[in-house]
Design a binder for this molecule. Sequence first.
Ligand code: GLC
Length: 738
Amino acid sequence: MKKSWITPEIRRKAQRILSGLSLEQKAGQMTQYDWGFNPINPDTGLSQRDMICEQIAQGLVGSVFNLAGAEEANRLQQLAVDNDGDGHGVPLLIGRDVIHGYRTVFPIPLAQASAWNPALAGATAAAASREALADGVAWVFAPMIDVSRDPRWGRIAESIGEDPLLASAYAEAWVNGSQVGSDNGDGNGSSPEVASCPKHYAGYGLAEAGRDYNTVDLSDRVLREVILPPFRKAVEAGALTIMASFNEVNGIPACANRYLLTTILREEWGFEGVVASDYNALQELITHGVAADEEEACLLSLRAGTDVDMASGIYIRHLPRLVREGKVPESLVDEAVLRILALKLKLGLFERPYVSPSEYATDSSLPAEHIALARQAARESIVLLHNEGDVLPLSKTTSSIAVIGPLADSFKDPLGCWAFDGRPDDVVSVLEGVRQAAASTAVVSYAKGCEVDGVSGSGWEESELAVALEVAGKADVIVLALGETFEMSGEARSRTNLDLPGGQRRLVEAVAQLGKPIVAVLLTGRPLAIPWLQDYADAIVQAWHLGVQSGHGIADVLFGDYNPSGRLTVTFPLNVGQVPIYYYRKKTGRPPGGVYTSYYLDSSTDPLYPFGFGLSYTSFHYGEIRCVNPQAALGESFDLSVEVSNTGSREGEEVVQIYIRDEAASVTQPLKKLVGFRKVKLGAGESIVVAFTLGADALAILDADMNVTVEPGDFTVWIGPSSAEGESVRLTVEAPAQ
Ligand code: GLC
């Protein structure tokens, strides 16, 4: 466990500042406003921003978010800091949703996860924080580490996918990366200048029916086995804040859930940072029906452990009076305010409240190093799903390439969801990427073919389709750029249909009639259930929404300048009826088989593409798994190794994955559970021995009493290229001699 970042000196300074605050100013420190929401008050004629500025000058605001740039940040800080004594001089904490980049937009998190490269994600998080810091942002509302296994849920785009271990590895890297500081941010060093905010604590990704903001009902077991590990890892990595989720957890919405915010987060894990609510979540306690009015919502949230009220204004409106009426002890308020002040001291805001000049200021062009990073992240995020007859990689001297589809020339959609500070002008489209990569002799033509979500069969579309067929008809190979707009995933973007939207399928079927090689490039924020596509496309590339370097990353893969290494971190279903479908499902007493087993009358129970899956332009061979000690005493670890060889003709990267199953435990266990992975780069013909040590972390389960326990008995371990492949060995933990 990390040493406490609230040092005695920070605590002393915070307590001195706290002692000088009025009750109203204390409630103000616990209040955060959305600067981007600016209605006019009909009674006063004042805008929300006018009201916020007045309150800042009186020391009644602790934080604002959704500002627009350094100038505005400095202006508001000046109101807070030097306000001739009316206030208290405590600087504002300026927040922003920096989810996958700032001005340099990187691939959406679900794409970056597919790289199985947490260090790379840490680097993109650091780059994003440096750019945001140059605009005065000291609090990024990231990483989003909700385990999600429902592609209907639009926010799966923001997640790391379905696996707790992988999400934990990314959580740690993202927290450390995003908490940059003058010590170049290991996040836990002496001076981070940006605070991360792992979210949404907890369980938001299991919203029923994949419908955003919907009820979450999960056992303490699923909460602790699946949902909490990434958050615990984030806390251990030194996350300075946490955001509570909108949803209820076992009947109590997170911002009013003392079990989550105090018992687990603070008492069990020792978290010392600041807990913020999600947007207006205190107000929503009334809608949820757990608070009769704002006063009760205020009391429930404070008692549960919510320090900062995002956007509702309930704390500033009610806390001072409730304390004076004796309904809540001022000590509870003081504890929350002390954490907020300690955070601001830790971030150096008192010494440096204003934006300092930075090489990462992005009012002009993007930093070259960030563009290069964006291209590498785009390349590694791409997953090759299908490559019939090795139609990929394409030859750069292909004489004629048609780039067809509604996303081929899009500059906005590749930015993906949560890219407020991204600019379409900075984006390289698929068409542009192909044009720049192909040889100068190649003719690269383009036609849109249809709208992403247009209604098929409309008059306009007939002519558009006809143009596309004419263009495609003249080409040697066709690249189809298909998928979803940036607005079809992200918050409040759930879908019940996992097919290609609009008339895109019709476009595919029509183009396929031409009998030419087809490469389908899918730009989506979620898995789609489109098994039919591989009947028409010779190759399928899952290209997500890859950010500013989308077109170059895709072209690098299509032309073989980069051998795709991405592996899926979320199961792709055959159809939406299978959802939720994920690899670590339980065996049940009747595993899928014939009648009277857990199967469907009208569908296979297998996914379209399994967790961990991805193809390469080369081939890898796994040797026999070796284990020096297949029988080990309780408390000992198992040492395993396997030789992996690149048996193809070109360099490639393989994600070696190791899974385990406890064959007979006191509590049912998943069919498989990822317990480790290693991404290795091998030249043609090269081999490497990859070793794994399986200790208690991998072998332990939560027993019937929810205790972490390693139980004697047999385990099966697989090492392979995905959750659906790989040789296995049987290991035994021996019971202690009686
Ligand atoms: C939103 C999201 C959260 C975001 C916050 C501020 O509703 O749930 O992820 O950080 O509000 O924009």
